[in-house]
Design a protein around this ligand. Sequence first.
Ligand SMILES: Cc1cc2nc3c(=O)[nH]c(=O)nc-3n(C[C@H](O)[C@H](O)[C@H](O)COP(=O)(O)OP(=O)(O)OC[C@H]3O[C@@H](n4cnc5c(N)ncnc54)[C@H](O)[C@@H]3O)c2cc1C
Length: 247
Amino acid sequence: MAEWLEGNITGKRHWSQELYSLQIDAPLPDFTAGQYIKVALEVDGERVGRPYSLVNAPDERPLEIYFNEIPEGPLTPKLSYLEVGDRVWVSDKASGVFTLDNVVSRRHLWMLATGTALGVYLSMLKTAVPWERFERVILVHGARNAGELAYGETIAEIQAAHEDAFTFITALTRDSSETALQGRITNLLEQGSLQAAADAEITPDDSHLMLCGNSAMIKDVRAWLEARGMQRHKRHEPGHYTTEQYH
Ligand SMILES: Cc1cc2nc3c(=O)[nH]c(=O)nc-3n(C[C@H](O)[C@H](O)[C@H](O)COP(=O)(O)OP(=O)(O)OC[C@H]3O[C@@H](n4cnc5c(N)ncnc54)[C@H](O)[C@@H]3O)c2cc1C
């Protein structure tokens, strides 16, 4: 059973109609970039908690989560209602193995995100680790429309700090933009458009991929990778990709 810490909302950002970030002051012990905490509220007399990846780097406080409101969900409509000064519950430790400790060092690290899964990679990219271990890091963010491309300032800072070692690619499914690719991540991989945009191939020798977000993207990309001889990474059997499924 998770023990709960009391947290206070210290910041809130409403990115678009259903996208929010919350900053939370809570005495969480050390964590590794890529891990998640549970955040909970009392809903109809019951404590309802859900996992959220931390967006802040391990040496940054306050804690930060990035989520989208699911109108029929029990927790997110209440979370999106919170304001600075309100109380939330936070699990007393972070969990999860979707971290760079479980990624094989190769030339290129690909980080594929749909929707709010972008946040987990920002925590990692704000640390020194990926830049010490990979020649290039390619972050791909798939969203429905341009209004859902959050954290532009943070990404610009990462770009400025790492220049040619960092490539950021956006892919929109229901919108077009001069700076984004158009289509689902899987289709763009199949067409070779992602690889062309990154000017890098995805090969077993060169690449490790992290996949995070919705189950359809993860399932389809896994199938594409496995058809090319790339396997899920296991602790005792080094592979080529790792996954974290949000829904
Ligand atoms: C390890 C882990 C980490 C996670 N980290 C994040 C995170 O950083 N940010 C985040 O937004 N979510 C994250 N999630 C999902 C999150 O825990 C909740 O499921 C989500 O916020 C909805 O909560 P809810 O109580 O309102 O609805 P729920 O009862 O949890 O879900 C209601 C319905 O919405 C679907 N759903 C859940 N999440 C989404 C989504 N993001 N988009 C569309 N449909 C969804 C569910 O599959 C379900 O059918 C994570 C999940 C896991 C397992």
